[in-house]
Structures are given as C-alpha cells and as structure tokens.
Design a protein around this ligand. Sequence first.
Ligand SMILES: [Zn+2]
Ligand SMILES: [Zn+2]
Length: 118
Amino acid sequence: MEIMGIRIPTVISENNAARCEACGDPIEGTPFRVSILDIIATEIAPSFGERSPINPGPFQFCTDRTCPDRWIASRGWLRCSRSEVREIMRPIPLQATGVATIGLCDGIHRDDHEFVSA
Ligand SMILES: [Zn+2]
Ligand SMILES: [Zn+2]
C-alpha cells in the first residue's frame, strides 16, 4: 500500500490463510491464540544471528480443544495439570527424565505445579 507517496510494506493475510499450529487445518472464524509470556532466561544470551530458544508466538489454533495440547507435546514440552491452556502461558524450565525441557503453566494457581505430558 502507499500513503502520501511512501510505500508501506504490509503483510497481506487473507482471512482464510491462518492455519492451526497443531493440525494444519485452515482456521475458520477467530483463532485461539497462545503466547508464551517470557523467553526463558538462558545462562548466556543468544548472540547475534542466533535464535532465542522460544518463539513467544502468538501461535494460532483451530477450535479443536485438543490442538494446543498436541502442539505442546509435539515440542517435547509439558503442561501443568493445574493450569488451563490460556492465551498467555508462562514457561517454567524443567528437568524431565534428565532432559531439559519446559513446562507451560498459566501461573494462576498458587500451589506447586504438576507437570504432565500434554
Ligand atoms: Zn487444529
Ligand atoms: Zn502450574
């Protein structure tokens, strides 16, 4: 698009172009979006050109309620069973079976997390 002779690059996205992160189906209507609140603090910050360990999103899902969980599981992450899948999730660094991973929690409950395979 162009305003006053200045070209404004815009990302043209058609309404039906959004696809679910989990199942890849086109999303009809309003997608359910999940953002990861904070990038995990790493010992050493990524240097120029390196990617942060976590893309904060937002990630878009279709109306299938199982899709966010399937997506979490496909990344090898866990989800806190005391938490719902909400639009904003907090990552908690974990050592699950000796492998460093993260657990996602909405951070609303006050007792200990209970991370389970999503
Ligand atoms: Zn889906
Ligand atoms: Zn939790």
